[in-house]
Design a protein around this ligand. Structure first.
Ligand SMILES: [Zn+2]
Length: 67
């Protein structure tokens, strides 16, 4: 069955900017065994400066509409 169900490559940023201190937050969450990420996956980051933890939800890639 060929529904339009193929997943685009979805990869979380390896590093983000800390919302609190502007420092660098590094990805804590390892990928699945097959290295695939899905929309709705929760990835955690740890700030190297203030040690805050940030949990982000991977966005749904089908979110592009409105043309
Ligand atoms: Zn920080």
């Amino acid at each position: 069955m060929f529904e339009s169900e193929r997943e685009p490559e979805l990869v979380p940023e390896p590093e983000i900017v800390c919302v609190d201190c502007g420092g660098r937050c590094f990805l804590l969450t390892p990928p699945r065994e097959d290295g695939v990420w899905y929309p709705g996956d929760i990835v955690a980051y740890r700030c190297a400066d203030c040690l805050d933890r940030w949990d982000l939800v991977l966005p749904d890639a089908q979110d592009e509409r409105g043309d």
